[in-house]
Design a binder for this molecule. Structure first.
Ligand code: F6P
Length: 317
């Protein structure tokens, strides 16, 4: 029987635990021996690699985070540690690797592959939804649902006062979370890194809206924009003339119960990843494009700049 290992790298997402559960179950079904690598690439370097059993994954499908933990490994950027990592895999006879992570993790994986020829398949998993070649990354739906509930709650208090709320979402340099949340929450203002903005453009409209009876504003801003959320809130106070508050949603967006969609996507991503390795389709990422699964070469994924979906962007106009 062949050995296969899995690790989680970069920001964790809700959906990793369902993926780990299905990884163990589907590997065993396919006569593979599943291994867990703990703490991402750090565990690969530290040889924290253990056989996984049904028992390890019992009762985890409803839990956010990842039971094998994740990390952002600085050491994996250095060849001397990648050599140790390869040696550890060779000692355990592991020649198939699945990595759940984002673009930074995949860049490291790509270098590792070029140096060692390790057979791997990557699964896109980041709430930022900013990986080239796939419309969907595991965890995005769960994060959007957390943001939706948070905005709904903030709206309750915003509408009980006369206030503007500046709600900051994660996403690093990608405005996907902010944009989708703004469209689906009826926000009055949405600012994302992909679109240049000038607050002056909104001044006349917003002050008139207040004159015409508007009581509160919801502004969704992505963490990657040039100004701070506090500066946007000050603009509401000083220029628009409405008391304001800032709510930085932060890491709550990464936690919580995985949504049904993410549980199902976790199942499918893992199936496709294991099938790829069994079919000798190595060096690729499982991609979900136009409602269909396919495989993309990781070389193309890490060497192509990600762009936000044009149609989604057009709705901001
Ligand atoms: O990449 C996922 C992400 O949650 C980003 O949206 C955010 O900028 C970053 O990770 C936060 O990283 P950390 O958990 O290391 O603070």
């Amino acid at each position: 029987m062949d050995n296969i290992a899995i690790l989680c790298s970069g920001g964790d997402v809700s959906g990793m635990n369902p993926a780990l559960k299905h990884f163990v179950e589907y590997s065993l079904k396919k006569d593979l021996i599943p291994y867990f690598i703990y703490d991402g690439y750090e565990g690969l370097i530290n040889n924290d690699i253990k056989k996984a059993t049904y028992k390890d994954v019992a009762g985890i499908i409803n839990r956010g985070g990842t039971i094998i933990r994740s990390a952002r490994s600085k050491r994996f950027m250095h060849k001397k540690y990648r050599d140790i990592a390869k040696k550890n895999l060779d000692t355990l006879n592991i020649d198939k690797l699945i990595v759940l992570g984002g673009d930074g993790s995949f860049t490291g994986l790509h270098i590792f592959f070029k140096e060692t020829g390790i057979k791997f398949c990557a699964i896109p998993a980041t709430i930022d939804n900013d990986i080239t070649g796939t419309d969907y990354c595991l965890g995005v739906d769960s994060a959007l649902n957390i943001i939706k509930s948070s905005i709904d709650s903030i709206r309750d208090t915003a509408s009980s006062f006369r206030r503007a709320f500046v709600i900051e979402t994660m996403g690093r340099d990608c405005g996907y979370l902010a944009l989708v949340s703004a469209l689906t929450s009826g926000a009055e203002l949405c600012l994302i890194p992909e679109i240049k903005y000038n607050l002056k453009y909104y001044e006349k409209d917003f002050t008139e809206q207040i004159k015409n009876g508007r009581k509160y504003f919801i502004a969704i801003v992505s963490e990657g924009i040039k100004q701070s959320s506090l500066e946007i809130a000050n603009w509401f106070e000083e220029t628009i003339g409405i008391e304001s508050r800032v709510s930085v949603l932060g890491h709550i967006q990464r936690g919580g119960n995985p949504s049904i969609y993410d549980r199902l996507m976790a199942y499918k991503f893992v199936n496709y990843a294991i099938d790829a390795l069994l079919d000798k389709k190595e060096g690729c990422m499982v991609s979900y494009c136009k409602s269909k699964f396919c495989y993309k070469s990781l070389n193309d994924v890490v060497n192509t700049i990600h762009h936000l979906d044009k149609e989604l962007l057009s709705f901001l106009d």
